[in-house]
Design a protein around this ligand. Sequence first.
Ligand SMILES: C[S@@+](CC[C@H](N)C(=O)[O-])C[C@H]1O[C@@H](n2cnc3c(N)ncnc32)[C@H](O)[C@@H]1O
Length: 272
Amino acid sequence: MTMDAGITPATLSALIALVRKHTGIAMTERKSVLLERRLRPRVQALKLNSYQAYLDMVEQDRAEIPHFIDLVTTNDTLFFRTPQVWDYVEQEFLPQWWREHPGKRLKVWSAAASSGEELYSMAMLCEEFQAAHPGFSYQIHATDISRQILALARDGQYTGRSVERIQSSHPDWVKKYFRPSANGLRVVDALKNNVELAQHNLLTPLKPAKQFDLVFLRNVLIYFDQEQQQTILQQARLSMAAHSVMIVGESESISGLNTAYQFDRPMIYRME
Ligand SMILES: C[S@@+](CC[C@H](N)C(=O)[O-])C[C@H]1O[C@@H](n2cnc3c(N)ncnc32)[C@H](O)[C@@H]1O
């Protein structure tokens, strides 16, 4: 393939439609460079001679769809991303929930879990809370549309920026909840005991429906148009317990959308 060829306008429109069909993500023509950068290694590895040939392949070969989804999704994440959210969970949400639900098991959903930093951040907070509150127990259900990124979350092995972040924000917890691995750190098995991971598209119903007490839906709504955001929020609502809490990303506000979620404070919403 002449890699200088780039994506033609017709192929770009068809690729954008395909991204939307398989993930719901609303891309615009401005994402041409991003799509090229993401797809190029795959097109080359498959020895195809154009982006159009790759597009044809995704349309004809179902086995290629998961690879395509892995390539077009953005998986940036960090341990304890947006620290004020975690201060809220630690200092307000957990103590209040435990006061109101003594003896119950806390059910958490990390709904666009990416490589797992969010769900293990929550698992660490829960482990600490449990040590101070005997009888407390929890379950974290983590989902993502990308099977490849979920495999990384399941493995729980981290390098680079993720490691730097946890080392600077929680050095004591690195000693407690991580072990050195080949290129960085791996979470201890104890942190995985109350975690289950599953592939799930947020635009579809979660099966079986669960009654979560706390839902992280962070840094994923931004990839969707307003109509799709409504659909995602309606679907998520079906899996939320009464008076449960939903946390969105820093640059995301759902106040303008017509939903059942009540604004509590920036990033924090409550179900009635
Ligand atoms: C930027 S990451 C957010 C990770 C984490 N929640 C955080 O805030 O750090 C967005 C994740 O959403 C996932 N995603 C994109 N479209 C999705 C969809 N339709 N259903 C489920 N997950 C999706 C991507 O695969 C990616 O891992």
